[in-house]
Write a new protein. Structure first.
Length: 457
């Protein structure tokens, strides 16, 4: 991390002009207003802040009165204001009440106290505020020593850690994510409370888990976060399929098990959400298929487990399909003796849109296995695939010079399975010999294939 903590006096210079103007409008209207949350934490840390959040003693309807173009977003007191194509959230000071199922509060109470608002937050580094009451000079308000913890790169819960995590179990996953992405350590008592409270994370919705998982996967070294998840018991609570990999022997790197291999593979994977997810799940089927030191069919079992896991996390269908496809295909075997038509069939099986991701996954899998990223002829296959794609090969029925309507019109065939089977046979002929892809030739081939099929019956 190339960041250095800055002092409260320098924060004002780092706050964007648009945010300062929002604060000034609230102050001029007689309301206290402060910058809070992750943007302030990152500013104190010396990092570039992304999303700027504000807190105020103004009730939501009062904030709407100050900013007539704003929109009241939710029952938790958040008003959204758009300036220069950027949306800023302004939230009324509040105290959370009635947490249920270890998730979000069912009810909140609005208040006028900055101290109470900061006291309900998760970690000290997120429990700071920069701003003022009307008429006062802006200053840093840090009642829990968050700035010192930023300097020490330490995550510490506000107040009693167990209580914070019982209020909202997602805070435990956030702790792991922040430790991973900010290169922080978790303070001992806070870490112990996470381990003690980890089973509560099983109550979290799939969407909330998926959001934190995605941020961990996007870190420079996701393995840091996943090892923390495993060591604290959070992995067993939210991703038991992955927790099952610990202790499963691998004939890869001496002294390392399947879980070590998975983490090496994730770290080695290109920082692409699909590839990182596939790297995390590529061997998820191995524990269930382990027999005599082998894992026969683990890619098929793994694809099914990956699909179930991603559906539980409510990942978008297109993400689930792409990752599941990569898991199913990742055990391909290339031989230098492959013909050009074999390369084309490989492209057709994998799909043009998934080829680069599959190669990226295999390269990471190789590195995670302790061998060269281009082992197993990967660089040669990549070059041959690129050469074939440059020629614009026919890879599916849509590129054939004829379609089902032509066969119905010219050969008198009826719609149905036989028609589809014939088109697939024609596709294989064209993959083997692209010169056959013209309409008259294909119709002649189709007539002969259909006649041969009738003779066999």
């Amino acid at each position: 991390m190339n960041s250095v903590a800055i002092t409260g006096a320098a924060i004002g210079d780092a706050v964007p002009a648009a945010v300062i103007r929002l604060l000034e409008v609230l102050w001029a209207s007689g309301h206290a207003a402060y910058v809070v949350g992750g943007s302030l934490r990152d500013t104190v840390l010396g990092r570039r802040a992304e999303d700027w959040d504000l807190a105020t003693d103004a009730l939501p309807e009062e904030t709407l009165g100050v900013f007539p173009d704003a929109a009241y977003e939710n029952k938790f007191g958040t008003v959204a204001v758009r300036r220069d194509h950027v949306e800023y959230e302004i939230t009324t000071f509040r105290t959370d009440h009635e947490y249920a199922d270890f998730r979000r509060p069912h009810r909140v109470e609005f208040g006028v106290s900055l101290a109470a608002d900061l006291a309900r937050r998760d970690f000290t580094v997120n429990a700071m505020a920069w701003g003022a009451q009307p008429g006062d000079a802006p200053a840093l308000h840090d009642p829990f020593g968050g700035a010192a913890d930023v300097t020490a790169r330490l995550l510490r819960a506000v107040g009693e850690p167990r209580l914070r995590f019982e209020e909202d179990a997602l805070r435990m996953l956030r702790a792991v994510r922040l430790a991973t992405t900010l290169d922080f350590s978790i303070e001992a008592a806070t870490l112990a409370a996470i381990s003690a409270s980890a089973p509560l994370a099983a109550h979290l919705s799939g969407e909330r888990v998926a959001t934190e998982l995605g941020k961990i996967l996007a870190a420079d070294r996701p393995s840091v976060g996943f090892r923390l998840l495993a060591e604290t018991g959070l992995l067993e609570a939210v991703l038991p399929e992955l927790a099952a990999q610990a202790g499963v022997p691998q004939n890869k790197i001496p002294g390392e098990d399947l879980w070590d291999h998975t983490l090496r593979t994730v770290d080695a994977a290109a920082n692409n959400p699909i590839v990182r997810l596939a790297a995390l799940l590529h061997d998820v089927g191995k524990p269930a298929t382990q027999a005599d030191g082998h894992f026969y069919g683990h890619e098929t079992e793994g694809a099914e487990q990956a699909r179930a896991l991603l559906e539980r996390l409510h990942e978008p269908r297109i993400v689930t399909e792409r990752v599941t496809h990569l898991v199913r295909q990742h055990m391909f075997r290339y031989e230098p003796g492959w013909t050009d038509s074999a390369v084309r069939r490989f492209i057709g099986k994998v799909g043009r849109e998934a080829i680069d991701e599959l190669f990226a996954l295999r390269a990471a899998d190789n590195e995670g296995s302790g061998v060269d990223r281009d082992a197993d002829g990967l660089s040669e296959l990549r070059a041959r695939v690129a050469a074939e794609l440059a020629e614009g090969p026919v890879l599916d029925r849509s590129a054939l010079a004829i379609d089902g309507d032509d066969l119905i019109a010219e050969l008198g065939m009826a719609p149905g399975p036989a028609l589809g089977k014939l088109l697939d046979a024609l596709l294989q002929r064209v993959i083997d010999d692209p010169s056959l892809n013209d309409a008259p030739t294909l119709l002649l081939l189709a007539r002969d294939l259909a006649a041969a099929d009738r003779a066999e019956r």
